[in-house]
Design a protein around this ligand. Structure first.
Ligand code: SF4
Length: 340
């Protein structure tokens, strides 16, 4: 089977060029065609010699995949179904909002982290995406030109697929790639300590930590990762970095009625995060089938928000988008049937 060129870093393209005995500058030329000029065939790379294109065509394809289906929400959000390797699929959400347009990208097919309140988690793990499949959700999105932000908050735990996610970030931000500013990209994680360290030291993109409960014993019940990497350790690690104004740390907090939405948890959260420059995003929960969890009421969310703000924390209550097409936070999954 032919390999995909799309999704390779310049370093990988250089190794490929050396293997094929192509001139050294060919790697940069190919990267330019793939990421700046966005061609979809090797034959369109017209400043490569006919011989080079023949060599490439014998072993490689560009490797793009159009979305197979789309669902449109009445609020303008769109959910796309992208085919990936081995006949599997992932979902990606396009979320326009006034002068912003955000793409919520998936990094795995399903997820093995088992967070109790998450639809993707219920699906279980069905494989890691390659950088080709991760970036294809961006490249083959019909609205790509209008995007202002990318968030790795779709299906999967990005730090459970660290090498491919890091490659994707490199291509998105490198001058030889899409040259996006790192501050337009946010990677969300539940907090896998070694990967958090690696990311903080090797990327300048924003990081969002899924907190969901500030108390160790209770967070363990919601998020099994707490057993191995307690949130206290993650926060202690984050405090060791000298943050510049270009980089943002935020905490995601899904509001679950009677579980994590009382003033006690607000107080615990203030204690936990004190001394760390960060923002908090409160996320309304969206009921998923067969789930014992219920969404917090509007009053509970307002009180929680006010209690945090009183203590000087920067808090945003996230708007629910794409609810009618199951594209809102925590709802992406490819176990449901898609009707084209
Ligand atoms: S919340 Fe994130 S890490 Fe947890 S199961 Fe869902 S996709 Fe995986």
């Amino acid at each position: 089977m032919k390999q995909a060129l799309f999704g390779k870093t310049v370093q990988e393209l250089s190794e490929m060029a050396a293997e094929l005995s192509l001139p050294r500058y060919a790697a940069k030329q190919i990267a330019g065609w793939l990421y700046r000029r966005q061609v979809s065939s090797i034959d369109a790379m017209t400043d490569l010699s006919a011989k080079t294109r023949e060599l490439l065509n014998a072993r490689y394809v560009v490797g793009l995949q159009e979305p197979e289906a789309v669902k449109k929400s009445k609020d303008g959000t769109k959910k796309y179904l992208f085919p990936v390797a081995d006949g599997k699929y992932v979902e990606a959400a396009y979320i326009p909002d006034r002068d912003r347009a955000t793409l919520c990208i998936s990094s795995q097919v399903g997820c093995r982290m088992g967070c109790a309140f998450c639809m993707t988690g219920k699906q279980g793990m069905n494989g890691n995406l390659t950088s080709t499949d991760i970036l294809n959700q961006f490249r083959s999105l019909p609205e790509q030109a209008s995007l202002t932000n990318i968030v790795f908050m779709g299906m999967g735990e990005p730090f459970d697929n660290l090498p491919e996610v890091m490659k994707s970030l490199e291509i998105l931000t490198a001058d030889d790639g899409y040259a996006w500013a790192p501050k337009r990209i946010t990677v969300s994680t539940i907090g896998i300590l070694p990967a958090v360290k690696h990311f903080m030291e090797n990327s300048r993109c924003h990081i969002a930590i899924s907190l969901h409960h500030p108390v160790h014993e209770e967070r363990k019940r919601l998020m099994p990762v707490e057993n191995k990497y307690p949130i206290q350790q993650i926060i202690a690690q984050l405090k060791t970095y000298d943050l510049n104004r270009q980089r943002r740390i935020s905490f995601e907090y899904v509001m679950l009625a009677g579980i994590n939405d009382s003033l006690r948890e607000a107080k615990e959260m203030v204690k936990l995060l004190s001394g760390l420059q960060c923002r908090i995003n409160l996320i309304p929960f969206h009921a998923i089938p067969d789930s014992p969890f219920k969404p917090s009421g509007r009053d509970a969310i307002q009180q929680f928000d006010a209690a945090l703000q009183q203590k000087g924390m920067i808090v945003t209550v996230r708007q629910s988008r794409g609810l009618d097409i199951d594209a809102a936070c925590g709802m992406l999954s490819t176990t449901r049937k898609w009707h084209k």
